[in-house]
Ligand binder design. Structure first.
Ligand code: PL3
Ligand code: FE2
Ligand code: FE2
Length: 241
């Protein structure tokens, strides 16, 4: 007689098996998708460096702290560059520049007009929450080299998100209206970036639903930490629908 297996154990086994299904990193399909995803991450880290340096001019009292955050972004950029090199992939940088174009333009416009709240929402909340969710979902399906690098990076990204949360929390009442407007204008851009990256991410065994879920949890937690109530957060998240 076979040994009876409890249903709980059977379900657990199944979930573990699917979670540990690693892609074949050497196929042309994997490398092709990686050439775009790797470029997006390299460009994102480079722009994050530029954005924190620029924020230092808008918030001179935090100039040194912002320069420290910027320096971490430069390190991330170099780390992800080595991930591509390790797999023998050439990053498609023109694609990544276009990918970030609309968000980049909105940041630059806000910077010119000294709208520090909008700049913080774009870089320290939206981009960081996007990066944290992407890195979370990537780590279990990454090659061992990239996994180690991404684990180090994601720790830093929380410091960046926390910086933005704290500044906006300390200036909440004066920032509220600008935050609503900046969210309405920029959250749909994140949504469309997710749509654009979904099929390449799937090739890397990253599911779009997992990315959206992780992103929305992180972003909504940040909004709550800053001081928004549940109704306001729901209204802000609805801008992505
Ligand atoms: C700022 O610290 C980081 C900015 C980077 C933004 C990256 C967004 C990535 C979305 C695409 C999914 C990537 C999977 C991760 C692969 C390394
Ligand atoms: Fe980073
Ligand atoms: Fe960051």
């Amino acid at each position: 007689m076979p040994t009876p297996v409890s249903p709980e154990v059977a379900v657990l086994d199944e979930r573990d098996a699917s979670a540990q299904q690693l892609p074949d990193f050497s196929t042309e399909a994997y490398k092709d998708a990686y050439s775009r995803i790797n470029a997006i991450v390299i460009e994102g880290e480079q722009e994050a460096y530029d954005n924190y340096m620029a924020l230092g001019t808008l918030i001179p009292e935090n100039k040194d702290e912002l320069a420290k955050l910027a320096k971490m972004e430069m390190k991330h950029m170099k780390g992800f560059t080595s991930c591509g090199r390790n797999l023998g992939v050439t990053a498609d940088m023109p694609f990544a520049k276009k990918f970030f174009g609309p968000l980049h333009q909105n940041f630059q416009k806000a910077l010119k007009e000294d709208r520090v709240v909008t700049c913080l929402l774009i870089q320290a909340l939206l981009i960081e929450a996007f990066a944290i969710s992407a890195y979370h979902i990537y780590i279990p399906v990454a090659d061992p080299f990239a996994r180690k690098i991404t684990e180090g990076v994601v720790k830093d990204e929380y410091l960046h998100l926390n910086y933005g949360e704290l500044w906006l929390k300390n200036n909440f009442e004066a920032s509220k209206e600008e935050l609503f407007a900046a969210n309405k204008e920029n959250l749909p851009l994140i949504r469309s970036m997710l749509d654009q990256v979904a099929s390449d991410a799937a090739t890397l065994h990253m599911e779009k639903e997992d990315l959206i879920e992780d992103f929305l949890i992180g972003y909504q937690e940040a909004l709550s930490e800053i001081g928004f109530n549940m109704r306001e957060i729901a209204r802000m998240a609805a801008a992505a629908l």
